[in-house]
Design a protein around this ligand. Structure first.
Ligand SMILES: O=C(O)c1ccc[n+]([C@@H]2O[C@H](COP(=O)([O-])O)[C@@H](O)[C@H]2O)c1
Ligand SMILES: Cc1cc2nc[nH]c2cc1C
Length: 349
């Protein structure tokens, strides 16, 4: 019943050709800094020394967390659970931060209901990937059954493959789910082994007392967890449907040889799940930014990732991924369009 996603590294045979191509551009060796490593990664994933990333796509996954509708878990977020469906309505109307940034970056936005506790009715533009109207409360048992977890993973993989089938080569990931920093913290603790407290942050803006309560509640839940530590078991225990759908979409996108733009703390929790399941996923991921949320640094270090931006963002929705896209586009253009010493007749060192 548990799905398996087999993944091979992208075009390893191209790395020498790509490095030679970058080193022969008209610049001192290494002078474009980290853009050079980014260009090499893009060339590897897209399988070309002249990559054409085309129109980037961005998938925003939304889901409700049953724990936040349980009196024992309500204090885990500064905002009420209803904000999740209300923000989905805002996304569909084009008014959220991610709508603005995606428009600015020329990105095609996809919004998916992965399990929001709301009846949206017939909404053009909303992908129906709903598993259930929210996960179960962690105080009563696992967030989702193994079958629900498998369904969310498969929904995500299908969405990503559909986007790839339309010709997309780049897919960014964002999410919306009140309470999902708590979910991401538990996943991070269980999959990295880092101390629980170091994985917990203020999320949407908890004050000091509420943060201390969040740490205490999550430490209790983690201590009581006696299940297996494999990626999908941990995902089923403490994930949200939006996190599971993103993890599946990341795996499906990588299988389709797309470049993945990972956003902040919650997107990175999905990447952590996906990478723990299929280590080759790492090669397909561009980590867009360093979130202000405590715990993101642990995820990044665990995955050996150096994010492109550090803007103190803590919004989610894919905003960091949208902001990183111009750098990715620039790195691809350098690899594709910049003259070489030979073609420009410039003397080498
Ligand atoms: O992406 C991030 O790093 C990030 C950090 C803090 C909060 N968020 C967003 O805020 C919501 C979760 O925060 P919370 O406090 O409800 O757990 C969810 O909708 C996320 O998109 C996102
Ligand atoms: C208003 C609001 C917008 C968000 N976008 C992502 N998470 C969010 C949380 C809140 C509270």
């Amino acid at each position: 019943m548990t799905p398996r996603f087999d993944l091979t590294p992208p075009a390893p045979d191209l790395s020498a050709a790509l490095q030679a191509c970058i080193d022969n551009k008209t610049k001192p060796l290494g002078a474009l800094g980290r853009l050079e490593a980014l260009a090499l990664q893009i060339g590897q994933v897209l399988g070309s020394t002249a990559p054409e990333p085309g129109t980037p796509h961005l998938l925003v996954c939304a889901g409700d967390h049953g724990t936040l509708r349980d009196a024992r878990g309500r204090g885990l977020s500064a905002y009420p659970a209803d904000v999740t469906w209300q923000m989905v309505v805002n996304f569909l109307a084009g008014g959220a931060a991610i709508n603005v940034l995606a428009r600015e970056g020329g990105m095609t936005l996809h919004i998916a209901d992965c399990g929001v506790a709301h009846d949206f009715g017939a909404r053009p533009g909303l992908i129906d990937a709903r598993v259930a109207p929210g996960t179960a409360s962690w105080f009563d048992g696992p967030a989702m059954t193994p079958a629900q977890c498998a369904q969310a993973l498969e929904n995500g993989a299908r969405i990503a493959r559909d986007i790839a089938a339309g010709g997309a080569r780049v897919l960014g990931f964002g999410e919306m789910g009140i309470g999902n920093t708590a979910s991401a913290s538990l996943i991070t603790h269980l999959l990295t082994g880092a101390p629980m407290d170091d994985c917990v942050g203020r999320g949407t803006g908890l004050g000091d007392a509420a943060l201390a309560d969040k740490k205490r509640v999550l430490a209790g839940l983690a201590a009581d967890y006696a299940g297996p530590r494999d990626a999908f078991a941990v995902l089923a225990a403490f994930g949200g449907f939006e996190i599971a759908t993103m993890a599946g979409a990341m795996l499906g996108a990588a299988q389709s040889r797309m470049l993945l733009l990972i956003d902040g703390f919650i997107s990175s929790a999905a990447a952590l799940v996906a990478q723990t399941h299929a280590p080759a996923l790492r090669d397909y991921c561009v980590f867009s930014h360093r979130s202000q949320e405590r715990g993101h640094a642990i995820q990044l270090e665990h995955m050996g990732a150096q994010p492109l931006l550090d803007l103190d963002l803590r919004l989610g929705e894919g905003t960091g991924a949208a902001l990183a896209w111009p750098l990715v586009r620039a790195a691809a253009a350098i690899l594709r369009d910049m003259a070489s010493f030979d073609s420009a007749g410039v003397s080498k060192a």
